[in-house]
Write a protein that binds this ligand. Structure first.
Ligand SMILES: [Zn+2]
Length: 303
């Protein structure tokens, strides 16, 4: 698979309402803006899958009276519960060679790595025997599901837009907010208790959503780095930030894998000049190299 190129990656302000969050994803998908964004929810909410009919118990007026948000996601799948979860949205332009399955799989993998970072045994189910539409994301089997200790902790859904793929996913970090749980029918709550699990419950430790969001982003960035020279995906990319005698206007700095970086260091004229002019006692900082995770910029999303 050709790795989807992500231009923008970061945490999004959780002050957005549920409606604003979903509108944001839809806009990025329509603009085919390559993005990974991780966010938490401002207040307890339920999201229905794209064009999902709300279940009978979900009376909109009663729901909103309880100050709970209700929103339709731009992606399919069943009802998802928000307010104690961390969500991720990935937009990748549709291009030959970019496999949507690989894209969702990468998102699932980032979620299982996150779970493992909390010491949890996590697995991904990429296909499911479920043929009809699921009503609830966390209590039913669905493709692209994340399981922790045999119970469902998260799910992902994919939708094709004219020029992009949109992946949305959610991982339950703590038990559902009380106000939301209390608004659910007893049967739904019982099913959640039996089949779903949050990272906090599974680990027996307090897991903070903001911390989980940060870590998830780090996992994702870790999976997305690409050497701009050989196009290989590597755990670390590097570039020269400042080298004595290097005329910056001569070349655009490229992020390279270690191998390409070292090869270039040996062949580039500036590197030779720098070596030639360097005194034996000269501080090594003169050829300072920046080791970076990627060209990701945090918090650059506009409202
Ligand atoms: Zn390389």
């Amino acid at each position: 698979m050709e790795q989807a190129r992500i231009d923008s990656i970061g945490l999004t302000d959780s002050a957005l309402s549920a409606t604003e969050q979903m509108a944001f994803d839809e806009r990025l998908a329509l603009e085919a803006q390559p993005t990974v964004r991780v966010f938490t929810w401002n207040s307890p909410a339920i999201s229905l899958g794209f064009k999902q009919a709300p279940p009978a118990w979900l009376e909109e007026a009663r729901w909103r009276d309880a100050e709970l948000e209700l929103v339709e996601r731009p992606t399919g799948g069943g009802i998802a519960f928000h307010g104690s979860d961390v969500s991720i949205s990935v937009v990748a332009p549709r291009r030959a060679g970019v496999s949507p399955h690989a894209l969702v799989s990468a998102a699932c993998d980032s979620a299982t790595r996150l779970c493992r970072a909390y010491g949890l045994e996590a697995t991904t189910e990429l296909v499911s025997g479920q043929t009809s539409r699921v009503t609830y994301c966390l209590t039913q089997s669905s493709p692209y599901a994340v399981f922790v200790c045999g119970r469902k902790a998260g799910g992902f859904a994919l939708r094709r837009f004219p020029d992009s793929w949109l992946v949305q996913g959610s991982l339950l970090v703590r038990p559902l907010p009380a106000v939301l749980a209390e608004a659910l029918p007893r049967g739904v709550r019982a099913a959640l208790e039996e089949r779903a699990v949050s990272l906090s419950e599974a680990s027996g430790k307090w897991v903070d959503e903001a911390d989980a969001a940060q870590r998830w982003l780090a996992e994702w960035v870790g999976g997305m780095m690409r050497c701009e020279t050989c196009q290989k995906d590597v755990p670390t990319v590097m570039r020269v930030v400042a080298a004595k005698g290097y005329n910056r206007s001569l070349a655009r700095p490229l992020y390279n894998c270690r191998e390409c970086f070292e090869k270039k260091e040996k062949t580039k004229p500036y590197a030779q000049i720098s070596r030639k002019t360097r005194e034996p006692t000269q501080n090594r900082q003169d050829e300072m190299h920046e080791h970076v995770q990627s060209e990701f910029r945090l918090g650059e999303f506009e409202r």
